[in-house]
Design a protein around this ligand. Structure first.
Ligand code: C6P
Length: 405
């Protein structure tokens, strides 16, 4: 078991001072910091293995290909996919969802079809579906959620019908921390023959994922929220669905034969991976999952939830603070507002104390409207956070209260 000090030694950035203060980094839902083993693995690729993948007969290219494909196997194992070919590497969660909306959506949606998306979805799981729906004459409908941030499953069970073709839900809410009941949502989607796509951007680093046990059709991921690099992500899709879908983008590596009379396409996963991929990024993603698995997901969530519970308890005892998102099943995210002070002002004052939080609508405008707030302040915890980070947050909010008194 890593001690707290040896853990922090792996994150040099966390030792930097911000505005003369110890950094309290509480913006982990936006992106996590990266541990040294991940940075070193990416560095190793550029220093010792840099070559293009899937193309060369030379040794270096084959070694790079092996490292790349090993990362695919690591992602598949982490989410319990039945085979690595069901994992497509992308630029991130956003691209993964766009891939499904453009490829599966345009090939399968017809006028009058319905796409049901939770009212709490991130824009990344709304806008791609609106774009697809517009082109196909389909309709996007929000699934109600409660004030607590929990999904209204009864409403969903009444909304699904033979018109439903897609049900979209995020595994974990980035703005409020709610953990959604994925197995139940998949069951309801499948009961009417619809597919279920899960936005896993905030799930992967905090909750166990078992795509086969859930029976989910697609699961979208970003590496950078899981201690891995930016600009890399993945899409899990069931083999039968991926095989039935047309390519999303064309180019090299995704083809079998090309002539001016027509093109035939490669097998999955290559069919969806045109062009030169981000090889060090993908390998870094695999290293990040190894690192997280070695740390232990249950240990990570225990640390994060404990700190978030302390922060929530202390914040709610401050006058004028309202906690937003009070679901019984949550990850370590605390969202709040403070009477008559705009979240951006709170964020700016917290920053002057070295506390990094996110403020705004968190790319969830429909959710903010549902909660009747323009924005919130969000403190999101990672496994390296410390009790001092909570203390700095509380002291910072008290400073805001003094300034605005
Ligand atoms: N949320 C946040 O601060 P990308 O940018 O593709 O890696 O992930 C997009 C995305 C999709 N779904 C959810 C639930 C997300 O939280 C995010 C990214 C960041 O909450 C930036 S808006």
């Amino acid at each position: 078991m890593m001690t707290n000090t040896s853990l922090l030694d792996q994150f040099p950035l966390l030792k930097e001072k911000v505005r003369g203060h110890r950094l309290a980094y509480l913006d982990n839902a936006a992106t996590t910091q990266k541990p040294l083993p991940v940075l070193e693995e990416m560095d190793r690729i550029y220093r010792t293995l840099n070559a293009n993948v899937h193309r060369g007969v030379h040794t270096l290219s084959q070694q790079a290909t092996d490292a790349f494909e090993e990362a695919r196997a690591k992602v598949a194992r982490f989410i319990k996919a039945s085979e690595p070919a069901e994992v497509i590497f992308t630029k991130g969660c956003t691209e993964s969802i766009n891939l499904v909306a453009q490829s599966w959506g345009l090939a399968n949606l017809k006028p009058g079809d319905e796409i049901l998306l939770s009212h709490g979805e991130h824009h990344a799981n709304i806008v791609p579906w609106q774009l697809a729906a517009e082109r196909c004459g389909a309709v996007v409908r929000p699934i109600p959620i409660f004030e607590s941030g929990e999904l209204d499953l009864k409403a969903l069970s009444e909304m699904v019908s033979s018109k439903t073709k897609v049900v979209g839900i995020k595994h974990v809410c980035n703005a409020l921390g709610t953990i959604n009941p994925i197995a139940e949502v998949v069951r309801l989607a499948h009961s009417v023959g619809a597919i279920c796509i899960v936005d896993g951007a905030q799930g992967l680093a905090h909750e166990p994922v078992d795509v086969q046990a859930w029976g989910v059709d697609f699961y979208a991921m970003s590496a950078h929220k899981t201690y891995g690099p930016m600009g890399v992500g993945a899409l899990y899709g069931k083999r039968s669905l991926l095989e039935s879908m047309p390519p999303f983008m064309g180019g090299g590596d995704m083809i079998r034969t090309v002539s001016f009379d027509g093109t035939t396409f490669n097998e999955i996963p290559n069919k969806f991976e045109p062009g030169t991929p981000n090889v060090p990024g993908v390998v870094g993603f695999g290293a990040a999952l190894d690192w997280l698995a070695a740390f232990g997901l249950p240990q990570a969530t225990a640390i994060e939830n404990d700190l978030a519970d302390r922060a929530a308890a202390e914040l709610s005892s401050l006058p004028g603070v309202v906690l937003r998102g009070t679901a019984s099943q949550k990850v370590g995210i605390v969202s709040f507002t403070l009477d008559s002070v705009h979240p951006h002002d709170i964020g700016t004052i917290l920053d002057s104390e070295g506390v990094a939080v996110r403020t705004g609508h968190h790319c969830c405008m429909p959710l903010m409207r549902r909660l009747n707030v323009p924005a919130t302040v969000r403190a999101s915890f990672a496994l390296y956070n410390q009790p001092e980070d909570v203390e700095a947050l509380i002291k910072g909010v008290q400073k805001v209260q003094k300034i605005f008194a």
